[in-house]
Design a protein around this ligand. Sequence first.
Ligand SMILES: Cc1cc2nc3c(=O)[nH]c(=O)nc-3n(C[C@H](O)[C@H](O)[C@H](O)COP(=O)(O)OP(=O)(O)OC[C@H]3O[C@@H](n4cnc5c(N)ncnc54)[C@H](O)[C@@H]3O)c2cc1C
Length: 198
Amino acid sequence: MNFRKNVCLKHFNTFKINVKTNYFIKINTLKSLNFIFNNKKFKYLPKFILGNGSNTLFVNNFNGLIIKLNLKGKFIIKEYSYYVIIASFASESWTNFVIWTINKGFSGLENLSLIPGTVGAAPIQNIGAYGVEIKDILIGLYAYEIKTGKIVFFDKKACELNYRNSIFKNKLKNKYVILYIYFLLKKKIINSIFYIKK
Ligand SMILES: Cc1cc2nc3c(=O)[nH]c(=O)nc-3n(C[C@H](O)[C@H](O)[C@H](O)COP(=O)(O)OP(=O)(O)OC[C@H]3O[C@@H](n4cnc5c(N)ncnc54)[C@H](O)[C@@H]3O)c2cc1C
């Protein structure tokens, strides 16, 4: 496992705040995630799941373990005549994910282009721009329950998405790690600066 001590977080947050964390780990597999949450050494350490650090303001050194997810992959799950189901792992860059959908000719995420961050963090505050929010196209997501190690499916309703808000910022704050997300997009020609007509 890629486990480090005394790591500077300057390059892991958008504000480039120059703070340190006692421990830092990059997580590439579910097995490693399980290990971290069950290992005695780390069990009682404060932990923070870090995406791209674009909605995180570190004000002090972090006395705990920063968990940097590195779960990648984006897929077309099923195509219908007018709709398509797509999915992505949490650590994909949100911007790259949006551009990927646009270049496939799928519509729904265009207005959310260039919002910094990861796919996994997007439902946490129900990201939105120009009248569109994640809640308009989200089907549901799989998340890791920290207490039990179970993988739980949340449909859109269960995510309790509201303006820049979700259940993961409230009742379930710090209780789940978002792993994998499904979206329903339309198949149609779109107007976007990222659309490359083939
Ligand atoms: C210049 C700029 C422009 C922005 N524009 C917009 C905008 O137009 N609309 C908008 O809605 N937002 C906007 N934001 C906010 C930001 O882009 C979003 O909040 C984004 O979703 C943050 O993603 P991140 O991966 O950087 O999250 P981070 O900052 O890394 O994490 C944010 C929170 O989510 C938690 N988290 C991250 N990943 C996971 C996971 N996989 N599982 C569980 N918890 C997790 C973290 O613990 C933390 O509490 C903007 C930010 C910046 C800096």
